[in-house]
Design a protein. Sequence first.
Length: 253
Amino acid sequence: MFPKRISIAILAVLAACAAVSAQSNITRIPMPNSTFPISQGVWVGDTFYLSGMIDSSVAKSTPGDTEAQTAHALDAIKAALAAQHLALGDVVMMHAYLAGDPAQGGKMDFAGFMRGYTQYFGTKDQPNKPARSAMQVLSLIHISVNWLNPNAFTPSANGAYGNTPRNVLHGPGFEDVDLSVFKNTKITERVTAQFRVEMFNLFNHLNLAAPGDGFCTDSSSCAIGTTIGANYGAPGIGAGEPYNTQLALKILF
């Protein structure tokens, strides 16, 4: 009997991993206490694919350093695997995505990541080592992440003006490239068939909604928790949502 295999994605700071199979027996493990549209993990035959996890402190204004985030993320993964009667020693493939550390001049703290990582892999108690890749990403995404540091702002006194100048803060921005291709075919002198291929967000750029307003006094204000399209009631198909394509046939007469 073949041993069970696992593929996970860790972010150090963890990213997500997904798997697809047309013929294999598939079992999806839902995210606990969540309506977010991904599975926590998916069994495809004897292989288990686990969605990535990030340290919960990333959503706070004072997250831990890379070493601490790595350890906390791996603890979360360890617990998720244990629920499937698996362990870190069963992992065969791992992808690590690290955001830049301001204390390192914006570069990823790879040494800090390794200090956290080597507490769990290649040890006396757990000698197994997975195949692994590690890379730096621009930023990490959490279901809800503070775009601004709430501790940097306080409400002004009643009847007094604040001292923050205009336009000092900027949201995530918007980037979108759409492409349309039309093919006209004459059917008769007066009737034309038009076949249309329309591609939206061609380069699949992530467009986050603006952070919530308020006084930045708690995690619900100054936080980003969704994309622009979802924020305006059109998740998946609105402006700036992930890449999608539509086909259409139009009759002109």
